[in-house]
Design a protein around this ligand. Structure first.
Ligand code: RM4
Ligand code: NI
Length: 299
């Protein structure tokens, strides 16, 4: 597979422009690529698979991704995925470079190399006008606009930083509860989950939860949970030598036929074939649909 290289000079006007906003409404499937700039991805709605340095992750509404230059990533199997890319090239002309730098990095001592974060719809609503102003200022090339773009960018990354570490305060709001429900699902997907009970726990009736869920993520809670489990299984197949049955069990599937069927439906191949392919690929990529055949039960 060819690795696409995106270069800053194709996206930025000149050396003086250091930040740009690239809305993707929607983000189509996009092949494996890397860039020589940083990219911050903020997901507004929908879902899709994001493969980052060989690891598949089911992306959905309210997630934020931090990408460094030379990270390799791709978007696959997208469903109404709407996002905004903020691309940037930190340089020494950046305002207060030393003080801002810690907020630019995806990781950091506190959080390690963590790349994905969930923010609430409230937090997203606060970012929206900021993103719009940043988009506008970064399109212009005069010195004042450049300075405006820089200061808006600083506001953006500091706000995101705050949202990442926000605790409790907003928990009464429905938007925050929904984000918490998504995070909960992501963290506990390998355990048995009763979705109706989950809805109640986060303050929804099951029916309302399904409605809100569909609006935000373009899928159902059940479909989402199955995909989260598949994501976990795909990662485990590549990272460990556990048997396929053990991987299925550890990923929350208690029926290995159901696992095999769902796995094939998503990837077009059996779990063991997937493991083989993922291991011998160079560079390691996970093209979810490669080798896809018509998937039907028993095929
Ligand atoms: C693509 C995709 C990529 C991004 C470029 C700028 O549509 O979102 O991740 O690097 O745009
Ligand atoms: Ni990219």
């Amino acid at each position: 597979m060819v690795l696409l290289k995106l270069r800053g000079r194709e996206f930025f006007r000149g050396e003086s422009q250091f930040v740009g906003v690239e809305p993707r409404t929607p983000q189509p499937t996009f092949p494996l690529h890397e860039h020589d700039f940083h990219e911050l991805v903020i997901v507004a709605s929908g879902n899709g698979w994001h493969v980052l340095n060989g690891e598949p992750h089911l992306l959905s509404c309210g997630e934020v991704i931090y990408l460094k230059p030379h990270d390799r990533h791709a978007f696959e199997e997208v469903h109404d995925l709407h996002l905004t890319n903020v691309i940037y090239r930190p340089n020494d002309a950046l305002l207060h470079a030393d003080r801002v730098r810690p907020y630019l990095q995806p990781g950091g001592e506190q959080v390690g190399e963590r790349r994905y974060w969930q923010i609430s719809a409230d937090a997203f609503a606060r970012l929206k006008p900021l993103l719009a102003a940043l988009a506008e200022e970064s399109r212009k090339s005069d010195a004042a606009s450049n300075l405006m773009a820089q200061s808006l960018f600083v506001q953006l990354i500091v706000s995101l930083w705050r949202d990442r570490f926000a605790t409790g305060a907003e928990h009464a709001s429905p938007a925050a509860r929904f984000a918490d429900a998504l995070s909960y699902l992501r963290q506990h997907c390998s355990q048995p989950i009763d979705l109706d009970e989950l809805a109640h726990r986060f303050g929804y009736s099951p029916r309302n939860f399904r409605r809100v869920f569909r609006e935000a993520t373009a899928t159902t809670p059940h479909g989402y949970l199955v995909k989260l489990r598949l994501g976990r299984a795909m990662r485990a197949l590549c990272a460990s030598d556990e048997s396929v049955t053990d991987v299925a069990l550890a990923s929350g599937f208690n029926d290995s036929n159901h696992f095999a069927y769902s796995f094939r439906k998503l990837t077009g191949m059996s779990p063991s074939r997937y493991r083989q392919q993922a291991r011998c690929r160079e560079p390691r990529t996970l093209n979810l649909r490669s080798g896809r055949r018509l998937a039907s039960p028993g095929s």
